[in-house]
Design a binder for this molecule. Sequence first.
Ligand code: HEC
Length: 280
Amino acid sequence: MTIRLAGILIGLAFTAVLLLWSLVPGVLNFSLPEEAEYEAFYEPNVAPEGGFSFEGPLGKWDNQQLQRGYQVYKEVCAACHGLKYVAFRNLGELGYNEAEVRALAAEWQIGDIDAKDGSDIERAGLPTDMFPEPYANVVEARAFNNNAVPPDLSLMAKARPDGTHYIYSLMIGYTEPDPEDQAESPEFETPSGLYFNEHFHNINIAMPPPLTDGVVSYSDGTEATTEQMAQDIAAFLTWTAEPQLVKRKQMGWFIIIFLIFATGLAYLSKKQVWADKKKK
Ligand code: HEC
């Protein structure tokens, strides 16, 4: 009897921990803490007020927001960052129809080879093309960016811990060093060609502040504040890194419900199998 009770309690405890872990974000965090060189200047990631629509167990993409994020990528980030694992046809998932996807693809220039004479040409993009690289190679990338290489952004939201919030925080992290921290580390400075960013682990980043109020003018009429664009690009890059995120969560619910059902069945069949033994 006590063994059975202990078994049930242990089982319940496991279930409770798993439920907490999957439903409450950040309750259990297994990633290693990272130390910044000038720890005092570093600020942990922040989340926008109200969070993102795709967060939480019932999260859903906000297509309007993803389309705005695409616009920010195209008009700002694409000058320096590639998106090489994403194809134009994938934009169909953001709620554009086929004709719109064709038109969006055609706005990009793609390097290709002339089928007749083999010479290098540029042609309008097709839905089947991947997003083009901004630089010919790493040497050119370094030459334009103070010797730093702007990383590809396709999987960035997965490549950094808490990636969605990290991208959002990085975008709004271009502040001035806190005078108190500066007084404590008087030797700290931001070399010319780098920029202070309190959410970047190295504190000084080679990327100039990409977003300023009104740098894009949204086609859906939303006011393009830095805050708004930071949210939209973070959402868009979460989608590029994990387009299946919402489907994965829905599948999770399906499996939980199925497991509850299967547990009920197992319990009933156990009762059935042991029914005559119990009676004696
Ligand atoms: C003028 C070029 C330029 C533009 C425009 C630009 N970036 Fe960058 N970005 C860089 C460079 C250079 C780095 C590498 C910085 C470093 O390693 O110090 C970088 C790094 C990053 C990183 C990685 C930071 C890390 O943790 O390593 C992210 C994320 C990023 N950029 C996002 C964006 C987004 C989003 C946009 C558009 C809103 C954008 N960038 C626009 C040049 C640019």
